[in-house]
Design a protein around this ligand. Structure first.
Ligand SMILES: Nc1ncnc2c1ncn2[C@@H]1O[C@H](COP(=O)(O)OP(=O)(O)O)[C@@H](O)[C@H]1O
Ligand SMILES: N[C@@H](CCOP(=O)(O)O)C(=O)O
Length: 321
C-alpha cells in the first residue's frame, strides 16, 4: 500500500502575493492499494462534502496525469483520503489534493516526472504557484514565473510557532481573487516590493525582528478585508501581544501568526479574546509549526510494520532513501 503525505500551506505571507508559501505541520494523507475496481473514501475534513467518485480532485488529477504521460488508464485501486486541512480557509486544501494526485500518479508511472515538471503541472491546475510549490518542496518557498517556467527557491522553515485562527465560514479562492483590482498604484507596488525584500532578508539571516513589516501588504489584503470579518483587529491583537508576524493565510479567512514559543500562550489568549468580539460564529485556534517536509510517498507495507526498512520516496526520480 502506498501512503502519500502532503502538507497544508500558507500562501502570500503578507507582502508575497502569489510568490511566498510556507508548509505547515497539518497534512492531507492518501492511501492507495491496487484493486479490481476504483473505490474512493474521504475522511476527516471534507467528509460528506467532497465527492467520493471519479470526480474527486485527488483521483481526477492522478488519473489525468497518468493517462497524459503513459497513454494508458491509471491502475484501479482503493483510495482513502484523510485530511486535517479545512476546506476553503486559506490553508491550501486544493493545492494539497492536487499535489497528492500528482504524487500518486508519479508513483505508479513506469518513468517518473521530476519535481520541476510536477510543479509546472500543479501550478497550471491550481492557477498560482505559491501553495503548490510549498506543498511539493516543504519549508519556506519563493516561487516565480520565468517566461512560463515556474522556478522555486526553498529555505528552511522559520523556527517559530504558528497559530492559526480559523473561522467557521469558507472563502473560496476563486471568489477572493475576483475582488482584486486589475491594476494597482505604483506606490502600492513599491510598498510591497520593499516588504517582500524584508521577508527574504529575514529568512537568509534567520532574524525575525522585521517580520512584522514583511507582513504588511497593499496588493491583496485590503481588498479581501470585506470577505474576512475582523481581519485588521485580529492581526493587531496578535502583533501587539508578541507575534513576530501576522497576516491573512492565503486568500483567507484564516489569520496566521508566527510566534516565538515563549509568547505563544499570550498571543493565543489575545487572539481568542479578539475573535470572540469580531468573528461572527464559531472559530478554532490551531497551534501548529512550519514544516520542512514537502510531499512524500512511502511504501507502507507489512515488511516495514514488522521492522523492515521503510522506503521513502521524495518527489522526483532517483530519490529513494
Ligand atoms: N481532499 C480533497 N478532495 C477533493 N477535493 C478537495 C479536497 N480538498 C479540497 N478540495 C477542493 O478544493 C476546494 C477548496 O479550494 P480553495 O477554494 O482553493 O480553498 P483552499 O485551497 O484555500 O482550501 C474545495 O471546495 C474542494 O472542491
Ligand atoms: N496566492 C493565492 C493563494 C491562495 O491560497 P488558498 O490557500 O486560499 O487557496 C491567492 O492569494 O489568491
Amino acid at each position: 500500500m502506498w501512503h502519500i503525505k502532503v502538507p497544508a500551506t500558507a500562501a502570500n505571507l503578507g507582502s508575497g502575493f502569489d510568490t511566498l508559501g510556507l508548509a505547515l505541520s497539518l497534512s492531507l494523507d492518501v492511501w492507495f492499494s491496487e484493486a479490481k475496481e476504483v473505490s474512493i473514501s474521504v475522511r476527516g475534513e471534507g467528509q460528506g462534502i467532497v465527492p467520493e467518485g471519479p470526480d474527486n480532485l485527488v483521483w481526477r488529477t492522478a488519473a489525468t496525469l497518468y493517462r497524459e504521460v503513459s497513454g494508458k488508464p491509471i491502475p484501479p485501486g482503493r483510495v482513502t483520503v484523510k485530511s486535517r486541512i479545512p476546506l476553503a480557509r486559506g490553508l491550501g486544501s486544493s493545492a494539497a489534493a492536487i499535489v497528492a494526485g500528482l504524487t500518486l500518479a508519479n508513483t505508479l508511472l513506469p518513468k517518473r516526472l521530476s519535481r520541476e515538471e510536477l510543479l509546472a503541472i500543479a501550478t497550471r491546475l491550481e492557477g498560482h504557484p505559491d501553495n503548490v510549490a510549498a506543498a511539493i518542496y516543504g519549508g519556506f518557498i519563493l516561487a516565480w514565473d520565468d517566461q512560463g517556467a515556474i522556478r522555486v527557491q526553498n529555505y528552511p522553515a522559520p523556527d517559530l510557532r504558528c497559530l492559526l485562527l480559523i473561522p467557521d465560514y469558507r472563502v473560496s479562492t476563486e471568489d477572493a481573487r475576483r475582488v482584486l483590482p486589475a491594476s494597482v498604484p505604483i506606490q502600492d507596488a513599491v510598498f510591497n516590493a520593499q516588504r517582500l525584500a524584508l521577508w527574504i532578508d529575514a529568512v537568509n539571516r534567520r532574524d525575525w525582528s522585521h517580520l512584522r513589516q514583511a507582513g504588511e501588504d497593499r496588493l491583496h489584503q485590503p481588498y479581501r478585508q470585506k470577505l474576512v470579518a475582523g481581519m485588521g483587529p485580529l492581526i493587531e491583537a496578535a502583533l501587539s501581544h508578541g507575534a513576530a508576524f501576522s497576516a491573512l493565510s492565503g486568500s483567507g479567512p484564516t489569520i496566521l501568526s508566527l510566534v516565538p514559543s515563549e509568547r505563544a500562550m499570550e498571543v493565543a489568549q489575545a487572539l481568542t479574546r479578539a475573535a470572540l468580539e469580531v468573528i461572527p460564529g464559531a472559530f478554532q485556534l490551531h497551534d501548529v509549526t512550519p514544516s520542512s517536509f514537502g510531499a512524500e510517498c512511502v511504501l507502507d507495507s507489512w515488511q516495514w510494520r514488522r521492522g523492515g526498512s521503510r522506503r521513502r520516496l521524495q518527489l522526483g526520480p532517483g530519490a529513494w532513501h
